[in-house]
Design a protein around this ligand. Sequence first.
Ligand code: ZN
Length: 271
Amino acid sequence: MRKIGLSLGLLFFALSCKTNPFTGKSTLNFTPNSSLFPTAFQQYDEFLKENKVVTGTADAQMVKKVGQRIARAAERWLNANGYEGYLKDYQWEYNLVRDDQVNAWCMPGGKIVVYTGLLPISQTETGLAVVMGHEVAHALADHGAQRMSAGTLQQIGAVGVAVATSGQSSMAQQAISQAYGLGTQVGVMLPFSRKHETEADAIGVQIMAIAGYDPGEAPKLWQRMKANSGGQAPPEILSTHPSSDSRIKNLTQLVPGARAEARKFGVTSFQ
Ligand SMILES: [Zn+2]
């Protein structure tokens, strides 16, 4: 688990799990992007309508800038590794939302929200890139869909096929809403598994490095998260383990590999 290039392998695995019909493991075969994404996009738009989107500030601009750089890095990595077209149904969007939660998420299809409560912890553009890289990694590896139940996903897939373009299944809306904690009740978000968290950390540091952000900031960011959490009920990004300490240790070990990966893309200095 400590090899350089591990996370690359993880993403390969995650992607091939989805696209390889011979693995026989993936519930994602039931939910092509074409049925899940439109529902996610609609949910995202509704979320933005019902919440306070921050526009025109330096912070709001920073969220868009980091998001664009992270998305571009993900695209470069995918293209370089034989996954051209993987992002073709994505509609990247990055919004800062006024909310005290220390949190951020990326819905299926590249719809990202960063809460203002995260910014005092992320502190810098690079700190923000740690979190956005992590959240985008969840989306790229389809963790969000996996977080919804297999049964629900089958139904979303079936509905998607049945209604094709126009329909929005309430089942799908509910599943996304719960997976991303969009409901009115705070704290009902379904957690990612420990395995997914570790994967997202590993993929995230590589993406941020390819985007030109120093992956060495990742363990520092999680140290600040740990210091901030102070025994309270943790938000999504802290929710599930590995424990802060093993996460920080793991990320520290991943830093050299992430920098090496970035060098393959001509990135030799980091912000
Ligand atoms: Zn996560």
